[in-house]
Design a protein around this ligand. Sequence first.
Ligand SMILES: Cc1ncc(COP(=O)(O)O)c(C=O)c1O
Length: 391
Amino acid sequence: MEETRFNTRATNLEVPGTRKFSNQVKKYDDGVDLTLGQSGFDTPEYIREAMIEAINQNKLRYTHNRGLIELREAISQYNRKRFNVTYDAETEIIVTNGGSEAIDSVLRTILEDGDEVIIPCPTYLAYEPITKLQGAKTVLVDTTKTNFVLTKEALADAITPKTKAIIFNYPTNPTGMIPSLEQMKELVDVLKETDIFILTDEIYSDNVYDGEFHSFMEFSEVRNQLFVINGLSKSHAITGGRIGYILAPPLATEHVTKVHLYNSVCVATPSQYGAIAAFTDATGPVILSKMNEAYKERRDFVYKRLKEMGLSVELPKGAFYIFPDISEYNNDSFEFAAELLEAEHLAVVPGKTFSIYGEGHIRLSFACTMEELVDGCKRLERFLSTYRKRS
Ligand SMILES: Cc1ncc(COP(=O)(O)O)c(C=O)c1O
């Protein structure tokens, strides 16, 4: 098989840093893995029961391409209650195979060769490769000097006549940052004067520990430019269920549906029944808030420990991750993570995985158990104490 026979945009893709280190740590019996972006909790029982019941009732046929109408109605209700917005279940919602397929289907629907996509960085690792697969160009904007939040000035500087879209992800993976309502308004004021598509990946919107989360959906002046991406993977500890969704205006939904139906047909039917339970079961919110309490406790613990180690680090407001600066020790985050793995059998994600502007940092997940966090922090502390600081 000749290398040249493949699509070069595909062959140029790289395996993300998250996977590399989590695969390698498995070879150590005493390894600790703080790389994973998924909950250490079991998927809530009421969701599992609903999926089992669907299978037992032989609900294993294709559904509507956009998903079961009951599920789309439940999604519409949830967003109405939470953000006071109305998205029509028939014409403005698509159920997708996780947030991942939602991102891919939207970008494939809107991007053409040479288009530019603005991405505030450091950022979730999938946006850049998917944009490039479409032949579009990424315009990465450094937010490290502005508390990991995009400012209106930086946004205005990044816009060119070729800008087709911008991708927001708040709370952000890997930093956990969330802009204030005022900061969001400033960004909206710039964007509403343009026809730039706004993708807002809000997959961690139910994992917020301090303050309030506001969605770009709350700004009706950009509704006609907006694609909302969300899903249950993180909030409901069901990454393997593959349940995501897109909210978008009717014309956009019509076009994205065509891309989605050719790549997926629909989401696995038992997963869709599980998702209906997730949105409608009365015990759901209680279970979710218990999980969030535990994440908050772990976040506070790991933040305190990193500070004790003398690392510069921001307190994440949401998501599952904390992103300390390790540049005082080594500015090459891949080298640092490899040394840490070898010396202490501790796996973390090198910051460069989240774009060049993540360099000099590492990402630790606090969605694991408290025992793993305590042990992981001990190992990191020991490693740093023997590491010769760069002059
Ligand atoms: C910001 C962000 N968006 C999307 C995804 C993908 O989610 P899913 O598992 O639902 O495809 C992730 C997973 O880590 C993520 O961090």
